[in-house]
Design a protein around this ligand. Structure first.
Ligand SMILES: Nc1ncnc2c1ncn2[C@@H]1O[C@H](COP(=O)(O)OP(=O)(O)OP(=O)(O)O)[C@@H](O)[C@H]1O
Length: 509
C-alpha cells in the first residue's frame, strides 16, 4: 500500500486548498488502460480513502455516450444493492458472498474531457496475469475457490437482473488485501485465500436482463468466451428487422458459458475453443467442440472428474439445458463453498468426454494473448452509426478478421490520443507541498443540471458525494472460511468469535 506521505497533505493553506478543485487527487502512474479509458489510483482528500479512478475520454466515446450511461447506471444500481445488503448485514454462511466480489462504484462526475468513475481500488493484478505467470493454476487450491467465488458474483448479478456479458480473466481483478485474511492463513485452510480478494470488473458490456430484446441480441463480448447463442447474433445489424426477430434473444446463461471457459483456462493455461483462425474458433464454439487433453481425460482423480463435469455442463450448446449459476452452486466441484446449499446435486456421475471432433491440431493449445474486448463501445457504436469501426482499432465478432499488427498499431494510436487528452486534464498542478507523482484537475466547465453525470459532482473539496457509505464496508473479507462450515460444532476461541462477529458471519457453536 502506498504510504500516506506519498499523497499531498491538507495544511489549512487557502491557496493550496483552492488549488484542489476536485476532492480527488490522482497518481500520474496508471493502474491499467482499456481501449477508451485509463485507470489511475486516487485519494479522496476528505477521507484519505484510496480508490481507482477510471477516466473515459469523451472524445473517444463521442456519439456513444449512451453506452457509458448504461455502464454507470448499472454500476450505480448494483452498488446501491451491495450497500443495502452490507447495511442489512444479513447473515450468510457461504464462503463467498457474491456482492463482495462485484466492482463497486463510489462516485462519478464529468470534467470537460472525461467521464470519471471512482471505484473500489483493486491494485493487486488480474487473474489473466496470475494464470500466465503460473502456466496454470492448482486445481484444489485455486481453480475451485476462484470458480466458486466468481460463481457467487455471477449469481448475485443474475439474481439482480444483470448479465455481465464479458466474464473473462482480464476482467477479474484483485482488490487490496483484506487484513482479516491473516486469520484464514492462521487457521491453515487448504485453499488460496486470495480467492477472497477477487472482484469481477468492467461493466462496459453489462446489461439488464429485463432490457430490450435488441440489447440481448447484441453480438458482444470476447470471441474466446462467447456462448453459441451470442454467436448466432453475429451480423444481426445487417439483417432486415423481420429476420432479426427470428433470432432468439439470449439470457443470463451466456455468463455461465464464459465461466466454464475461464475455469478451463485456469486449469490448463489455454483456451478450450481457440483455434488458429476466428472462423475455426467460432465453429468449435457452435458445436461445443472443446479440446480435452488425453492425459487429463484419462486421469481418474475425483477432483479432476468433477472439474470436467463442471465445465462440460457450462459448455452445453443448448442454453435451455445449461444449468444456471444458482444451480451450479450445488455442483460437487464447488459445493463445499456454499454452506447454505444443503443438497449436492448429482449432475450426472460421469460424463463421456469425447476426443475433440476436429483434429487436435486445429485447437490452439497456446497461452492466449491478453484480449481487448472485441466488442464494447467500438462495436456497439458501429451498430449505432454504421461507420467502419476497424479504424478505431477494435474488432467486433461481426467484423472481418484483420492482422494483429494492424490492431496493435491502431490500439497504440488510440492510447496515444488518450494520453494526450489526459495530460491536458491536469490543468492546475499542485505547486506547493505536493508530491511530484500526483496531479489534480479542475472540473470545468460545470455540467448542466440535466447532465447525465450530475449525480454527485465534486466541485470543491467540501462537496460530498451522494454515495456516503464508507468504502471500508466493502473491504471486509468475503466471509467464511470453507474449512469452517456453519454446522461446525467446534467452540470458537475468543479471537475466532471476535473475527466472525467482525465479519457479521453466523456460526453455530
Ligand atoms: N478498480 C480498479 N482497480 C485497479 N485497476 C483497475 C480497476 N478497474 C480497472 N483497472 C485496470 O484498468 C484496466 C482497464 O479497465 P476497464 O477494463 O474497466 O476499461 P475498459 O476501457 O472498459 O477496457 P476494455 O477496453 O477492456 O473494455 C483493467 O484491465 C485493469 O487492469
Amino acid at each position: 500500500m502506498a504510504s500516506e506521505a506519498a499523497w499531498p497533505q491538507r495544511r489549512g493553506n487557502l491557496e493550496f486548498e483552492d488549488a484542489i478543485r476536485c476532492k480527488y487527487v490522482t497518481k500520474n502512474t496508471q493502474l491499467g488502460d482499456g481501449c477508451f479509458s485509463v485507470v489511475k489510483e486516487c485519494m479522496n482528500m476528505d477521507t484519505r480513502d484510496l480508490f481507482a479512478m477510471k477516466l473515459i475520454s469523451k472524445k473517444t466515446v463521442q456519439g456513444k455516450l449512451w453506452l457509458i450511461q448504461r455502464e454507470v447506471s448499472l454500476l450505480k444500481d448494483v452498488s446501491r444493492q451491495i450497500r443495502e445488503l452490507e447495511i442489512a448485514g444479513q447473515p450468510c454462511t457461504d464462503t463467498f458472498e457474491g456482492h463482495h466480489h462485484v466492482l463497486q462504484l463510489f462516485d462519478y462526475f464529468e470534467t470537460s474531457q472525461h467521464i470519471v468513475l471512482v471505484t473500489q481500488l483493486c491494485d493487486h493484478g488480474d487473474l489473466y496475469e496470475n494464470i500466465i505467470e503460473a502456466g496454470s493454476l492448482d486445481l484444489t487450491r485455486q481453480v475451485k475457490p476462484y470458480t466458486a467465488c466468481l460463481l457467487s458474483a455471477i449469481n448475485f448479478l443474475h439474481a439482480n437482473g444483470v448479465v455481465h456479458r464479458d466474464v473473462k480473466a482480464e476482467n477479474v481483478i484483485f482488490r487490496r488485501r483484506v487484513s482479516e485474511l491473516d486469520e484464514f492463513a492462521r487457521r491453515g485452510s487448504n485453499y488460496d485465500h486470495t480467492s477472497h480478494d477477487l472482484v469481477l470488473a468492467d461493466f462496459g458490456l453489462a446489461t439488464r436482463l429485463d432490457g430490450s430484446k435488441d440489447e440481448l441480441r447484441e453480438c458482444v463480448g470476447t470471441t474466446s468466451y462467447l456462448a453459441p447463442e451470442v454467436m448466432k447474433c453475429q451480423g444481426i445489424a445487417r439483417l432486415a428487422p423481420s429476420k432479426q426477430n427470428e433470432i432468439a434473444p439470449y439470457g443470463a446463461l451466456i455468463d455461465v458459458w464464459a465461466l466454464g471457459v475461464l475455469t478451463y483456462f485456469m486449469m490448463t493455461g489455454y483456451m478450450p475453443f481457440d483455434c488458429d483462425t476466428d472462423d475455426e474458433t467460432r465453429k468449435c464454439i457452435q458445436e461445443g467442440d472443446y479440446y480435452v487433453e488425453d492425459a487429463l481425460r484419462d486421469d481418474s482423480n475425483t477432483e479432476n472428474k468433477l472439474f470436467w463435469n463442471f465445465v462440460h455442463l457450462c459448455f452445453n450448446v443448448n442454453a435451455e439445458d445449461r444449468p444456471s449459476a444458482r444451480d451450479l452452486r450445488k455442483h460437487p466441484f464447488v459445493h463445499a463453498f456454499f454452506h447454505d446449499e444443503d443438497t449436492v446435486e448429482p449432475f450426472g456421475d460421469r460424463i463421456a468426454l469425447r476426443k475433440s471432433i476436429s483434429s487436435s491440431s486445429l485447437h490452439k493449445l497456446q497461452t492466449p494473448s491478453r484480449s481487448a474486448s472485441f466488442s464494447s463501445i467500438a462495436h456497439l457504436g458501429r451498430l449505432d452509426s454504421g461507420h467502419d469501426m476497424k479504424r478505431t482499432g477494435s474488432r467486433g465478432p461481426d467484423s472481418e478478421p484483420f492482422r494483429e499488427t494492424d490492431r496493435d498499431a491502431e490500439l497504440n494510436r488510440v492510447r496515444e490520443t488518450l494520453k494526450k487528452t489526459l495530460s491536458m486534464t491536469s490543468v492546475r498542478p499542485l505547486t506547493r507541498n505536493s508530491d511530484k507523482d500526483n496531479s489534480t484537475f479542475t472540473l470545468a466547465p460545470l455540467p448542466p443540471v440535466s447532465s447525465l453525470m450530475n449525480g454527485c459532482l465534486s466541485l470543491t473539496p467540501e462537496s460530498k458525494s451522494n454515495f456516503n457509505t464508507s468504502p471500508c464496508l466493502s473491504r471486509t473479507a468475503s466471509t467464511n472460511d470453507v474449512s469452517w462450515p456453519a454446522s461446525s460444532t467446534t467452540a470458537e476461541t475468543g479471537a475466532e468469535a471476535n473475527f466472525s462477529r467482525k465479519r457479521g458471519a453466523r456460526f453455530d457453536v
